[in-house]
Design a protein around this ligand. Structure first.
Ligand code: ADP
Ligand code: MG
Length: 224
């Protein structure tokens, strides 16, 4: 089985004024291609920090993150951001859509940022809009959509570059329970049918039940 994400002796500290706060201590994790993982733990325990390290949005203090066989800590900043855009799609709690762009423009953003031609991605866009069931909302702006629809746009944006990995930080944290179920079923479908490796941070067992494995973070350590 192919290892998709691996952390090796991973430590992360933040400097706050004159003190150093050790948030993650010696984290060794291995996530296989096609897994759907939920990271749980108390508020402030380091769940988001771990997720961002896994996606190369932040750098470890010491230790390694290996994505698809590549130790990303050895890459230059530029190569790291290219890797991030190609291999990883991010989804956040508050969607992070650009308010004055339409649904399709928001979804195409990673393509533009990657310096690629959006016209080569029209078919892909239509396929993804179909998956997230927003084909009839292409030209709307985020404020014309419900919370669940906005999160589906964010998921579509995470998929457009065809990354192997989707990282989602409390993707349903701002949604009611009915919409939560819709979004979780969508993520489950993307995991099962598209074979994407998904790591989500979540507070609720309700959403954790859609995943295959739960990783708990507490006092800087993880256990399963
Ligand atoms: P969680 O997602 O589990 O709620 P976080 O990973 O956001 O927790 O944060 C873990 C700890 O690290 C918290 O104490 C937080 O204040 C601290 N922290 C996170 N990011 C930073 C940062 N950029 N600078 C300083 N401290 C940070
Ligand atoms: Mg968090």
């Amino acid at each position: 089985m192919q290892t998709m994400i691996q952390s090796v002796e991973l430590y992360k500290s933040f400097i706050l004024g004159t003190i150093s706060v050790e948030v993650l201590k010696d984290i060794n994790l291995s996530i296989t291609k096609g897994e759907f993982i939920t990271i749980m733990g108390p508020s402030g325990s380091g769940k988001s920090t771990l997720l961002y390290l896994m996606g190369g949005l932040d750098k470890p203090t010491t230790g390694k993150i290996i994505i698809n066989g590549q130790d990303i800590s050895t890459l230059s900043d530029q190569k790291q951001s290219v890797m991030r855009r190609r291999e990883v799609g991010f989804v956040f709690q508050f969607y992070n859509l650009v308010p004055n762009l339409t649904v399709e423009e928001n979804i195409m953003l990673p393509i533009l940022l990657d310096g690629k031609k959006t016209k080569n991605y029209r078919e892909k866009l239509d396929e993804i809009l179909d998956i997230v069931e927003l084909s009839d909302r292409k030209t709307h702006t985020p404020r014309e959509l419900s919370g669940g629809q906005q999160q589906r746009v964010a998921i579509a944006r995470a998929l457009i570059n065809e990354p192997d990995i989707i990282l989602a930080d409390e993707p349903t944290g701002n949604l009611d329970s009915k919409t939560t179920e819709e979004v979780m079923k969508l993520l489950q479908r993307i995991n099962e049918e598209k074979g994407k490796t998904i790591v989500q941070v979540s507070h609720s067992l309700e959403t954790a039940k859609y995943s295959n494995r739960i990783i708990n973070v507490k006092d800087g350590k993880v256990w399963e």
